[in-house]
Design a protein around this ligand. Structure first.
Ligand SMILES: Cc1cc2nc3c(=O)[nH]c(=O)nc-3n(C[C@H](O)[C@H](O)[C@H](O)COP(=O)(O)OP(=O)(O)OC[C@H]3O[C@@H](n4cnc5c(N)ncnc54)[C@H](O)[C@@H]3O)c2cc1C
Length: 462
């Protein structure tokens, strides 16, 4: 086979949010850059993750709302029973994905990045092969992301699906069993329930969203109950039932029980994509399953960089993007380090959950003397007008100097508060700064100000 060779300064493997942002920034900075993507530009995030899941959640919410209006609605709105054409819903979602991935392609082109379509195979730290093209580079950036974890006794296929297939259903199941009550399992489980499917969630831990504290999770657990989602905690799935149309599981009492289900969504986590493309041959230092990086995203091999899901938790798109932008700037000669004070995490459940910085429990564990205070949405006018009074905003601040070290919130639309939360922490705000800022009325943001006021001992509206 004839091999064509190319040379570049920066070669990025993976066109997800980490890789494409790195390539765009590198292009802006005048660094000759090639980006190799085997599937679609935009990676997990744009094609099978963040964006499609939020689209499906929105469609499910709209349908659920319409179904409420067909029954009793305190707003006085009455409609007929709605119907849904899932094929059209998925097509609408695909349209958004196409617009965004097309936009990424256009931005890469505009910034002079050459995109090579194909699966990269690493030959050494400076050489990669894509089909019959061999590309030499000065800097190799690994941004290959992650894949869903499969249960060995219940592999993906047929009725057993990962989030990828769950985001593009051809039909709705009668009964969906969701294995795993992390954010992906709950976001999709709630969406399917709102679309009309019966949904059961099976989780090995003692609560849903096990990464978060009881207080935060309580409004979500209450909502699951209200929506009619069955939740089995301290339970583990053992495998498919004999006829393949259900599962066997061990329940909290240790009994083995069977449950019929015409679809099973396995959402037990994601693992970094470290195999199948020659990464092993570089013998990079690893950090468990992840590629080990320093605070500039350098791996243990000179001029080999790694970012995003490949490199550890939190496996979130905005972390990958921030790392990608930074690596491009370092290669261009700027002094940068990846040392954020906080990285926001959002669950787009109903209600939504936001966690930024330290929780009170983490502060105690780290021996940081903190005060914390919550303000409930039940006392917020805007929340009442949105029929969304469940939940609260909580602030955590150092006792000695009132510097804010954490914010958490649970409630309708609180994802949008993450911006204010993370900005206040990055800017080193004290409780007094937030308490003394005039917040627009009526907004959910007033609960942010009131939480800070409450931590200072003088909340006004409670
Ligand atoms: C259902 C779901 C919902 C999510 N929701 C959110 C959310 O709301 N917010 C959030 O922040 N995060 C969310 N995430 C996580 C988010 O999608 C990831 O953190 C993010 O996409 C990671 O970016 P990345 O660039 O590291 O990798 P990826 O986005 O996984 O991109 C890696 C790319 O590399 C390509 N690739 C891999 N190997 C090769 C190779 N050898 N040659 C060529 N190309 C290769 C892949 O095809 C892929 O396109 C969600 C994930 C899922 C699954």
């Amino acid at each position: 086979m004839t091999v064509n060779t190319e040379s570049t300064t920066l070669l990025v493997i993976g066109g997800g949010p980490g890789g494409y942002v790195a390539a765009i920034r590198a292009g802006q900075l005048g660094i000759p850059t090639i980006l190799v993507e085997g599937a679609d530009l935009g990676g997990t995030c744009l094609n099978i993750g963040c964006i499609p899941s939020k689209a499906l959640i929105h469609a499910a919410d709209a349908f659920h709302q319409a179904s409420r209006y067909a029954g009793e609605s305190p707003l006085g709105i009455r409609t007929g029973a709605p119907t849904i054409d899932v094929t059209q819903t998925v097509a609408w979602k695909d349209g958004i994905v196409k617009r965004l991935t097309g936009g990424v392609g256009a931005l890469l082109k505009k910034n002079g990045v050459k995109v090579v379509q194909g699966w990269a195979r690493i030959l050494d730290g400076k050489t990669v092969e894509v089909g019959d093209v061999r590309i030499h580079c000065e800097h190799l950036l690994l941004a290959t992301g992650s894949v869903p974890v499969e249960l060995p006794f219940m592999p993906f296929g047929g009725n057993v699906v990962s989030s990828t297939e769950a985001l593009a259903p051809e039909t709705l199941p009668e009964h969906l069993v969701v294995v795993g009550a992390g954010y992906i399992g709950l976001e999709l489980g709630i969406a399917y329930r709102k679309l009309g499917a019966r949904v059961t969630v099976v989780e090995a831990a003692g609560r849903v969203l096990p990464a978060y504290d009881d207080e935060l999770v309580m409004p979500v657990a209450a909502s699951l109950k209200r929506l009619g989602i069955d939740v089995h905690l301290e339970s583990s799935v053992l495998g498919l039932a004999g006829d393949g149309l259900g599962i066997r599981m061990k329940n909290a009492g240790g009994e083995e029980v069977a449950m019929e289900a015409d679809r099973v969504l396995v959402a037990v986590g994601r693992r970094p994509r470290t195999e199948g493309y020659g990464l092993e041959s570089l013998l990079l230092d690893m950090n468990g399953r992840f590629v080990r990086i320093d605070n500039q995203c350098r791996t243990s091999m000179r001029n080999v960089w790694a970012i995003g899901d490949l490199t550890g938790e939190p496996m979130l798109a905005h972390r990958a993007m921030a790392q990608g932008e930074m690596v491009a700037e370092i290669i261009a000669g700027k002094r940068r380090h990846f040392t954020p004070n906080a990285i926001p995490a959002v669950c787009f459940t109903d209600p939504e959950v936001v966690v930024v910085g330290m929780t009170p429990q983490e502060a105690t564990r780290l021996d940081v003397d903190c005060i914390s205070a919550s303000f409930p949405f039940a006392a917020n006018g805007r929340a009442m007008t949105l029929e969304s009074t469940d939940g609260f905003v909580r602030v955590v601040a150092r006792k000695d100097n009132h510097v804010i070290v954490g914010w958490q919130a649970v409630g309708g639309a609180v994802s949008e508060l993450s911006t204010a939360f993370v900005q206040s922490i990055e800017m080193g705000a004290q409780l007094e700064d937030v308490a003394g800022t005039i917040h627009a009325h009526p907004t959910l943001g007033e609960a942010v100000q009131e939480a800070a006021l409450r931590a200072l001992g003088h909340a006004l509206h409670i």
